[in-house]
Design a protein around this ligand. Structure first.
Ligand code: AGP
Length: 369
């Protein structure tokens, strides 16, 4: 086992570090920057089917559901198609309104999650087209869905999903750009810019990994806390949800992710002096709004750890601590924030002496209901 960990103390840490290469594998051979196009020959959707998509329904569980929420934001802004995201365990017992113009996307790392499989089987009655996004070649979901997009992140041993999560995000970028271009919704120049930034991501991830000592220091400082909150807006909201899930999964600290604009509708009541609040505040449409949200939580005594763009001079005036990530396209920065916050969860659990690769009560793949 020590050999398989290639010198890392845990599979999770190894898998976090592998993201510089795994992201590249997800998009390898699929990008043509010159024309601003994404190639997904594995999809057997006709022009007519793509044009007629009225709605996308994403079904997934856990971390894959968080990736699905990213997918909603991306598909709506890049492909102009209304998207809903459902927990597979809920979807399978609902009476969804869908038809042959609904595109169903099932996201599952393992391809074996019982609820996700049951949900996609239910979809058959609506004659909806189906796409599975999975990491495991030949897994059950690949036989249930009409189309399969593999994430190619390589095997993941740690129970906490890390490299497979960011690979799902990349697969969703590919899909959103692909559909956006084929639906003539996304302009070639916009697609070119995203593709260029996508190619730069692996290098950016390395820069985040280089911050590991700083992130570890922050993690140690708050490891004894009982509660932790993560806030973000737009695409940084699903990143906040995923960061909270990661922390609770492996460190057993009570952690919640919130859309920052929702704070005043309840969660603010939970804040006490010294409660750590991680604010994902990379530059984008809601940057100024996030600064106001940080002021709100600071006024209640919370300590704010900001994940912000490198070179952001403003943020130091608002936050107690800063984790810098390379500045990139706001559509892509959540990938970098997610890597930083995977490290925060890892080092917190390490400080607490938790069994990181096999957290209590959890299985890598939930194959029973
Ligand atoms: C992720 O860290 C968790 N272990 C869990 O939420 C997981 O994402 C969920 O069980 C779904 O698994 P899947 O992607 O294999 O379907």
């Amino acid at each position: 086992e020590a050999a398989e960990k290639s010198g890392y103390a845990h599979f999770m840490l190894k898998e976090i570090h592998e993201q510089t290469r795994s992201l590249q594998k997800t998009f390898a051979g699929k990008l043509s920057e010159l024309e601003g196009n994404v190639q997904l020959p594995e999809l057997k959707l006709t022009d007519e089917q793509i044009r007629n998509i009225g709605r996308v329904e994403i079904i997934a569980c856990g971390t894959s559901w968080n990736a699905g929420l990213f997918g909603k934001y991306l598909l709506e802004s890049l492909a102009g198609v209304h998207t809903d995201v459902s927990a597979a365990s809920e979807f399978r017992y609902r009476d969804p309104v869908m038809d042959c113009n609904t595109l169903t996307i099932a996201i599952t790392q393992s391809g074996e999650t019982a609820d996700t499989l049951a949900a996609i089987r239910n979809v058959a009655q609506y004659e909806s087209s189906t796409i599975a996004i999975t990491n495991v070649v030949g897994s059950t979901i690949t036989r249930e869905a009409e189309n399969v997009v593999y994430t190619h992140a390589g095997p993941e041993i740690g129970v906490a999903a890390t490299k497979t999560f960011t690979a799902q995000l990349i697969a969703l970028y590919l899909l959103a750009v692909y559909l956006g271009r084929r639906r003539n919704y996304l302009l070639p120049d916009e697609a070119k810019a995203i593709i260029k930034n996508l190619k730069e991501l692996p290098g950016n991830v390395q820069q985040v990994l280089n911050q590991r000592d700083l992130i570890r220091k922050h993690a140690v400082r708050y490891a004894a806390n009982r509660d932790y909150y993560f806030i973000g807006r737009g695409l940084n909201y699903p990143a906040a949800l995923e960061a909270a899930l990661k922390l609770k999964e492996i460190s057993y600290i009570h952690a919640e992710g919130y859309a920052a604009g929702e704070l005043k509708h309840g969660p603010l009541a939970l804040l006490e002096n010294g409660t750590p609040v991680v604010a994902i505040v990379t530059k984008g449409r809601t940057y100024e709004k996030m600064l106001s949200n940080i002021k709100e939580v600071k006024a209640r005594g919370a300590e704010v750890i900001a994940v912000a763009d490198e070179g952001d001079r403003e943020i130091g005036k608002y936050a107690d601590l800063v984790i810098p990530v390379p500045a990139t396209n706001p559509l892509l920065s959540p990938v970098l924030s997610s890597v930083a916050l995977q490290l925060l969860a890892y080092y917190t659990a390490l400080e607490k002496g938790c069994e990181i690769d096999k957290p209590r009560n959890l299985a890598k793949s939930v194959t029973v209901e």
